[in-house]
Design a protein around this ligand. Structure first.
Ligand code: FPP
Length: 254
């Protein structure tokens, strides 16, 4: 398996930003930027697997994105449906398990059906994981988790005095996923925009100026190299943690 060497982040989460600006720069409608963004999604899924990244989470549609113009929302939903219909076979071929985070039940019937189908068809895979954040927002996630925890208390399955982060995190959408090691946002914006706020407590953050439709495997490798130069301390001192392992630049075939 080609890999970026030791110390490859196990979980990379990406805020895919800049589709609209990419289109505007070319005098194209915003939806063209999203269409090109889907091509980038395909190539980055392949790249992540080639580099040995076990979990790739993509912020595909936020809980706030419903407020965009209706034609853009419906175009994004159509692109999602088409992507799932076309990519399901590739996910199966490459043994990639599809997960979602977010209130997916509120998605339109078409993409929801394709999502459920692809999730079921890939559920046996364990090595590679693609997580699509859809109708996702961290604050909604926390509210949903608090409600589920409160229901469990009422049902006698949990005790309020035993509420800790590890107990509460079992009620998050991400209960079965490791925390992201590396968070990347494209397009030069330096915000988290309600994305995995709790789970990224110790994630390294890299903000790339490249617009999402132009983001390539080479940019992903550059971000990983930057990640590998950083010292993750998790609240400890530099002396308490081992120095990071330095690696050679992996081959990039594009
Ligand atoms: C941000 O760019 C991007 C989004 C809100 C949607 C991301 C969606 C895709 C890449 C395509 C659909 C995804 C899948 C998985 C099929 P923006 O529109 O906010 O860009 P701007 O800030 O330049 O306007």
């Amino acid at each position: 398996m080609p890999s970026a060497g030791p110390n490859v982040p196990r979980h990379v989460a990406i805020i895919m930003d800049g589709n609209g600006r990419w289109a505007k720069q070319r005098g194209l409608p915003r939806i063209e930027g999203h269409r090109r963004g889907v091509e980038t999604v395909r190539s980055i899924i392949d790249a992540a697997r080639e580099l040995g990244i076990q979990y790739l989470t993509l912020y595909a549609f936020s809980a706030e994105n419903w407020q965009r113009p209706p034609d853009e929302v419906s175009a994004l939903m159509s692109l999602l449906e088409l992507f799932l219909r076309r990519e399901a076979k590739t996910l199966i071929k490459n043994r990639i398990r599809l997960h979602t985070i977010g209130r997916i039940e509120e998605l339109p019937a078409g993409p929801l059906k394709e999502l459920k189908r692809a999730i079921a068809a890939t559920q046996e895979f364990t090595d590679w994981n693609l997580v699509l954040a859809l109708n996702y927002g961290s604050r909604t996630e926390l509210a949903d988790a608090a409600r589920a925890y409160a229901d469990a208390v009422v049902a006698g399955r949990e005790k309020p005095e035993e509420c800790s982060w590890s107990a509460l995190s079992r009620y998050l959408y991400t209960a079965d996923l490791p925390d992201p090691d590396l968070l990347i946002r494209t397009s030069g914006e330096t915000r988290l925009s309600n994305f995995l706020l709790m789970q990224c407590a110790y994630a390294e953050m890299i903000f790339s100026p490249v617009l999402w439709p132009d983001f390539t495997k080479a940019e992903l490798v550059t971000a990983i190299e930057e990640y590998q130069r950083r010292e993750r301390r998790f609240g400890l001192t530099g002396e308490q943690v081992k120095p990071p392992v330095r690696v050679h630049r992996p081959a990039v075939n594009q």
